[in-house]
Design a protein around this ligand. Structure first.
Ligand code: PMP
Length: 292
């Protein structure tokens, strides 16, 4: 079955979906994006993702491309047209198309909106999570506004490729104080020997992950103690468990940091529990899928 993408007001075959060569997202990374999980025919934490999209847009002074109701309608349509029950929806908004010039384009230039959805076989990430993943560490080299979810992801791309070449799945950035900020596309967590969850505060140096917020809520529901503070590589290596959070991987156990194996090298019980019950703390928006 062929896939369909939304591009600036039209639903087009995915294979032909394209933006103009002078789109500012393409030329300047002058745009923002969101990725939401679709789980059992429901959009997970949609409100939080759209709130973050609004914030990213306003931080960059990009106009809202359409009302929230319209955006939600397009999301539902893209998911439906692609028959996604379990998978991901990607949306990107750029400052629009204009003759190449660093200055903002003339007032009235319409932001570009692109949306795609893809199915991910149910259980695919569970298989990865059963084994756990490895991470490597790299020097933090990103700008200091990584709290804005821009499409300018080159340092993240290079870091994750380095991880892949080292046989790992994720790269953790380490800041100049020796503290881990986050992964190339995930937030970073450790669990201390006393069962306390530790993750960096989302004030500076990280993206305020929606999955991170979900785990904070879940931890509270389950009565885990949580410390929002920075942690070093040394502390992470001696942690009892560690994990990554993201909409695409949910709660992903880390079993190896650089050359150090954590514990017995298998996902620990707390991480597995958080993964299993993650959606208990999520907002779930049911999709009325036309035509099944
Ligand atoms: N940090 C970075 C750099 C990311 O790209 C992502 C995923 N987009 C995350 C953290 C996790 O955010 P979320 O839980 O909202 O997917």
């Amino acid at each position: 079955m062929s896939r369909v993408a939304y591009v600036n007001g039209q639903y087009v075959p995915h294979s032909h979906a394209a933006v103009h060569v002078e789109d500012r997202g393409y030329q300047f990374s002058d745009g923002v994006y969101e990725v939401c999980e679709v789980w059992r025919g429901q959009i997970v934490d949609m409100t939080a993702h759209l709130d973050r999209l609004d914030r990213s847009l306003s931080e960059l002074q990009i106009a809202s491309p359409m009302s929230r109701a319209a955006l939600v309608q397009v999301m539902k349509e893209v998911i439906s047209l692609n028959r996604v029950k379990n998978g991901l929806i990607y949306m990107q908004v750029s400052r629009g198309v204009a003759p190449r010039d660093h200055y903002f384009p003339p007032a009235g230039t319409l932001p570009s909106v692109v949306m795609t959805a893809k199915s991910v076989p149910a259980g695919k990430m569970d298989k990865v999570a059963e084994q756990g993943v490895g991470v490597i560490t790299v020097e933090e080299n990103r700008w200091d506004r990584v709290d804005i979810k821009t499409v300018g992801l080159l340092p993240n791309v290079l870091a994750k490729q380095k991880a892949k070449e080292a046989g790992a799945r994720e790269a953790w950035f380490v800041d100049k104080n020796g503290l881990i900020t986050e992964g190339g596309s995930t937030n970073a967590w450790i669990i201390l020997k006393n069962g306390t969850l530790v993750t960096r505060p989302a004030t500076h140096g990280i993206l305020k992950g929606i999955t991170r917020a979900g785990v904070l809520k879940l931890a509270e529901m389950k009565g885990f103690s949580v410390e929002e503070r920075g942690f070093s590589l040394e502390e992470a290596k001696s942690a009892q468990e560690a994990f990554l959070t993201s909409a695409s991987g949910l709660v992903m156990p880390v079993v190896k940091i650089n050359e150090t194996i954590l514990g017995d090298g298998r996902p620990g019980p707390i991480v597995q529990d958080l993964r299993k019950s993650f959606h208990e703390a999520s907002e779930l928006i049911k999709l009325e899928v036309a035509g099944g």
